[in-house]
Design a protein around this ligand. Sequence first.
Ligand SMILES: [Zn+2]
Length: 385
Amino acid sequence: MKFIGPLTKPLLTFTSGILLLTPSLGHGFELWGPKWKNGEADIYINLNNPNGTNVDWDKHMRRAIDAWNNTSTELHITAKSGDYHPCAGYPGSGIPEDGNRNSTGFSKEYCGTAIDEDTIAVTSSLWDEDLNLTESDITFNNNHYAWSQYNGKPIASTRDFYRIAAHELGHFIGLDHEDNTLTPVLMHTYDETAADLTQDDINGARSIYPSPALAAAPKMQLNIEEPAPGQIASGVSNIRGWAIAKREISHTEIFLDNKPIGLIPHGSTRNDVANVHSVYPSAGSSGFSMIYNWGLLNPGNHTIKVIAHDKIGNTVQKSVNFTTTSVSNPYINNSNKVRINGTAEVSGNNTITLNDVNADGGNYRMVIEWNVGTQQWAIKTIQAK
Ligand SMILES: [Zn+2]
């Protein structure tokens, strides 16, 4: 993020620019707080770029506005024609206030301050105590950059107007930079490989301007699928489930018998969750899972608790009671140390009893049963003999 300033127009001021190159990894859109009340804003556009090619800048600005409007039925940015200056009313700009109009333009300097050559464009926003945006203005740097219009690979010397305009409009509606992604996103600080809005950018806009269905939905939901309630867990297997939130989930913690055992990785693909909970942004990447060796626990009843946190401090949690069963050595490192000595019998519709098993020196009776959670045959009971 590139801060330009200081700016002292009324109340709080946020400025950002977008810089060059250096992609990174992770997932999830970022919001910076304020939003347009009722999702409604006007922006005056009358872009002419004396240094630019023969491009209809206004047309591409309107296209970028439409792209954001299409993300949510609750977002309505109205493009208006009018020659207003983005720096109007900013101290040092020498340009008189224009009635807090949102506007956009090319400029060789930024509101009386030299524009940095690393800064391609700047969005400056003002908001009130209720976190409603009151003004937002976009300035494109035509001092250090030539501008054109193309969809392909970014060219450092000539900026692609549409993608920069769409990025700045992302700030205009309330999105912050998202630099922690595995895939290209438009709202990345440096990386310009996304030539248009990506699903993550769209999810961000939907989170700020939720549909009526999302507005009515619970803030967060969570489900633990494995171990399932009452399940008999043994061996090395998964703890898994999913968590969804109106805002992005920041982290997910796991507790075993009320003791924290750390963070559980979150964000894996769950198309089935997205199908059922389609109103939630990022339901499609809501999975969490980790591997655990149940043999490390004393055989018997246990409780697992998962708590998911969103980025603004909301939490959701769920607990599951289950049972573990194990042989005395929690990790037998050689399959030759396990022998079936006695008989094996079909002891039920979906159970097999191994009457005498020697596992690393201990003798046991084991019952194997079909497990719905794991979709595999699994140990149901282990009895020492
Ligand atoms: Zn930016």
